[in-house]
Ligand binder design. Structure first.
Ligand code: CDP
Length: 213
């Protein structure tokens, strides 16, 4: 079974995808980490003439070993860098095979990101699109960062998320929208457990419908 989980920054999709993976005993790929690792690789060179070429080279050279430094990869600054490399078509193309291969492993997988239901796995068995209002998303991300001992300026964080949202929405090579066959799940008023229960209900219902023909 392939489960696609998409949604905007800090919507809760990563936590939900990890919970679904645990529940159904499936491997999980946070595809945002791939873009973050490429963004990290070109940090400090965003304004240089070879920015695009460097990002493409980093995407082509990426492997699982580059995805381990979570403290650096999951920072808000790396998120902004990720959204800058994510608009480059060749970067997206270079990361496609890694994601597709992960999805097609025997038994299936859970992938979360922005374009899983639309581009990476349009054939996914179940698609979820996670939404939450932007204040709730900022507050969740602030708490995550604070749990790691970081000092968070909520004003700056809010603007980082807004900047990323607008760049993502305009991404010409994206596919950052809800697939027609995706279920919308708004988690603004749901805690982690309640959101996971709602997601499991959706997956079980879809799979039962499929099994019934
Ligand atoms: O966790 P959060 O939602 O804040 O971000 P993320 O999923 O780690 O993604 C970071 C950035 O990578 C996004 O803002 C997108 O620009 C890009 N991305 C993408 O282009 N395609 C994906 N499948 C996942 C992320």
């Amino acid at each position: 079974m392939i489960i696609a989980v998409d949604g905007p920054a800090a919507s809760g999709k990563g936590t939900l995808a990890a919970g679904l993976a645990r529940h159904y005993r499936l491997p999980h790929l946070d595809t945002g980490l791939l873009y973050r690792a490429v963004g990290r690789a070109i940090a400090g060179r965003e304004d240089s003439a070879d920015f695009e070429a460097a990002a493409i080279a980093a995407a082509r050279a990426l492997d699982a070993a580059h995805l381990t430094d979570l403290a650096v990869l999951t920072s808000a600054e790396t998120g902004v860098l990720a959204s800058k490399v994510a608009v480059i078509a060749e970067v997206r193309a270079a990361l496609f095979a890694f994601q597709r291969e992960f999805a097609l492993q025997p038994g299936g997988a859970v992938l979360d990101g922005r374009d899983i239901g639309t581009k990476i796995c349009p054939d996914a068995d179940v698609k979820l699109f996670i939404q939450a209002d932007s204040k709730a998303r900022m507050e969740r991300r602030a708490k995550q960062l604070e749990e790691r001992g970081l000092i968070v300026d909520r004003y700056v964080l809010y603007h980082q998320i807004e900047e990323r949202d607008s760049r993502d929405m305009l991404n010409p090579h994206g596919g950052f929208y809800k697939a027609a066959d995706a279920h919308l799940l708004d988690t603004t008023l749901l805690g982690i457990e309640a959101a996971l229960r709602a997601a499991i209900e959706i997956v079980d219902r879809d799979m039962a419908l499929k099994a019934g023909g």
